[in-house]
Design a protein around this ligand. Structure first.
Ligand code: MAN
Length: 348
């Protein structure tokens, strides 16, 4: 099937050099996977901003937040036999895993949805405490009434889990703690309650038996989640054979809840596809993409810090037009427009 996305001619919309480092000694290495929302009549992106110190030849240095809550730089010689540098994102030293970059969340704003600038009126959101000492990542933003719910990945030596923050004004942000413990990520809360309950898609992992699958949970209060059901497995031999994970909140359509999700194969090629869920019983999967609706074809989607990646966790819907904002190659921020009807037709 043809890729259904019409990419913005302005892509990439944002590059690492467009964003100021949080402190002068750091360098913004990658911009990734923004949460997206509208507030005050403008379009906002909550960027995952990944930083590390300038790298010296023959050495690898990486930032963590230490138990005292302070930024600390770890530094290793590349020829140290205890160091494993096979993955540019995660390294091992002496049996301990570390991320090569430390991510925080940064707000940028736009009047036209294409040209974004850093906002002076809002603050960056940094990881805080023991469960976020390796940073915070890939935030989904769901507006429910006047409240915005932020679900994001909390990373620490204890593992990878899902945190919740809520805000109404983007100045006072309330940290509500971890809602899904490790290993879990890719959590998107539905924008409406169904039968009086909140619903969320999330992605636990069960590598010993099972894999990286999309699940559905329900909650009376956004904090306590139960009623767990598994919705979608990775599919051997297909484009989403190794992992699947939800994007942003599902979109209500006349045919069902439409969820744009990412899938990757064993070669870590990340594409987008769609799932259609029943409107009243969202645990019922009505349809799923056989082929990706968007795959890494542009140069900026194939080359970068981690190439061949299209990853979305934020979009804006206006009538039939779905504007997806996405991280390309874990390096730059891009946009693309898709027709909801064409996505639904592709599922028939
Ligand atoms: C994981 C996450 C994402 C990232 C992809 C591709 O799913 O870390 O943030 O974009 O891998 O590297």
């Amino acid at each position: 099937m043809a890729d259904l996305a019409e990419r913005f001619p302005e892509n990439p919309l944002l590059r690492p050099t467009d964003i100021r480092p949080s402190i002068p000694s750091m360098r913004v290495e990658c911009l990734l996977n923004p949460g997206v929302f509208e507030f005050g009549g403008q379009t906002w992106l909550l960027l995952r901003t990944a930083e590390r110190p300038e790298q010296q030849l023959g050495r690898t240095s990486l930032p963590i937040i230490n138990p005292a809550g302070k930024l600390q730089i770890l530094d290793f010689a590349n020829d140290d036999p205890k160091l494993n540098l096979a993955d540019p994102r995660v390294i091992q030293y002496d049996g301990q895993d570390y991320l090569t970059t430390l991510s925080h969340l940064r707000l940028v704003v736009s009047d036209d949805g294409v040209h974004f600038r850093e906002s002076d009126s809002t603050l960056p959101i940094f990881g805080l405490g023991e469960l976020e000492s390796y940073g915070i990542e890939d935030c989904r933003v769901t507006q429910i009434g006047s409240q915005y719910c932020l679900t994001y990945t909390q990373v620490s030596p204890h593992g990878v889990g899902v945190g919740l923050m809520t805000t109404s004004d983007w100045r006072n942000i309330e940290r509500r703690g971890m809602i899904f413990p490790p290993h879990n990520k890719d959590c998107a809360i539905f924008s409406e309650t169904i039968g009086g309950k909140y619903y969320a898609l999330h992605r636990p992992s069960s590598p010993a038996l099972g894999g990286n699958y999309i699940w559905l949970a329900e909650s009376p209060d956004l904090l306590h989640w139960g009623g767990h059901r598994c919705l979608a497995h990775s599919r051997p031999g297909m484009w989403d054979s190794a992992r699947v994970g939800a994007g942003a909140a599902p979109i209500r359509t006349s045919e069902g809840w439409l969820e744009i999700y990412h899938g990757a194969n064993a070669e870590h090629r990340y594409c987008l596809g769609a799932l259609l869920l029943d409107l009243d019983q969202p645990w019922k999967v009505l349809a799923r993409s056989h082929e990706p609706i968007m795959e890494p074809t542009a140069e900026y989607e194939q080359q970068g810090f981690f190439g061949n990646v299209i990853f979305t966790n934020g979009h804006i819907v206006k009538g039939d037009e779905l504007t997806v904002y996405y991280g390309a190659s874990d390096t730059v921020i891009c946009g693309a427009r898709l027709s909801l009807q064409r996505i639904l037709n592709s599922l028939r």
